[in-house]
Design a protein around this ligand. Sequence first.
Ligand code: FE
Length: 368
Amino acid sequence: MFLFPAALIKRKLQACSYSIALATFGIVSLSSLTNSNFISSEAHAADTGVVNIYSYRQPYLVKPLLEEFTKQTGIQTKVIFAKKGLIERIAAEGKLSPADVLLTVDIGRLSAAVEKGISQPVKSSVIEGNVPAKYRSAKGDWFGLTVRSRVVYASKGRVGQDAITYEELADPKWRGKICMRSGQHVYNVAMIASMIAHNGAEKTKTWLKGLKANLARKPSGNDRAQIKAVFAGQCDLAIGNTYYMGKMQTNEKKPEQKKWAASVKLLFPNTKTRGAHVNLSGMVLAKHSPNKSAAVKLMEFLSSEKAQQIYSEVNLEYPVKEGVAWSDLVKSWGEFKADDLALEKIAELRKAASLLVDETDLNNGPSS
Ligand code: FE
């Protein structure tokens, strides 16, 4: 992977008449997938048969998709990868931004792109035909590409039941037995927003108090750290996203994670009622996209059956397009019923969810 020297990046940015301290954006890696160069200010010209992508998603996920896109259309792609700061960067670059398409995860980040004013709506019957209405914004500001569900990882040895509900996580029978990451993490904020949508704010507040009382420890670490804690006997239930199961099951670099995965069973909550809460990975057309028609072609491609199959296979998620087969590994976790709640509704309730996390002092753990 070719890493761009900071000086070159700075020069390119200055060519766009900006003086930006890269460090403030927290960019950890900048790289290109193809043998193409860094997205340059020359890309500000009209459509060039190139799409410039700013991606929070990792190279190994995006690369096979873009190769297939270029094979099908002849359109080249250039990509900047970063773990943080891309939305802020597009905002700072303003009208001269070379960004065409932003790839990211979570409704929180998709809606943040809209709130920061870096998106523009797309009207495409192809995308609308492929992406169900619940997985895209009504105005076309963002579109889901894959679905992940936030589920319960239960100890195989210590938990007998094979079904659960989110509501039940507040039941005193789980006192001291649940592990979770920060309640303010985007994944949990969206899950709590879905609780508000279904049960109302008051009931959700009571639920959060019950959940807090049931925690084994103060929320900290990522999703996989919670599953590790179940493996280690610190808790019986952990809240986590589905794809982490696959990432642990197939982790050759850290084979100990295979043991964590083997110690748990994946329970899709609320299967008998509304279905399990889901979130998205998705895409946004940048407000000042200099290569708009090629960018929309890419977005249409990403929603297509072929791309959906590739993408969901490599990232161990579920395709948004109906009728596209799940990967064998994903299938092995069992059938799940997805909550039908529109992600746009979750986006609206995120702020209320975040306030409830503070009000109930969830992040201070069980004893406070
Ligand atoms: Fe994740």
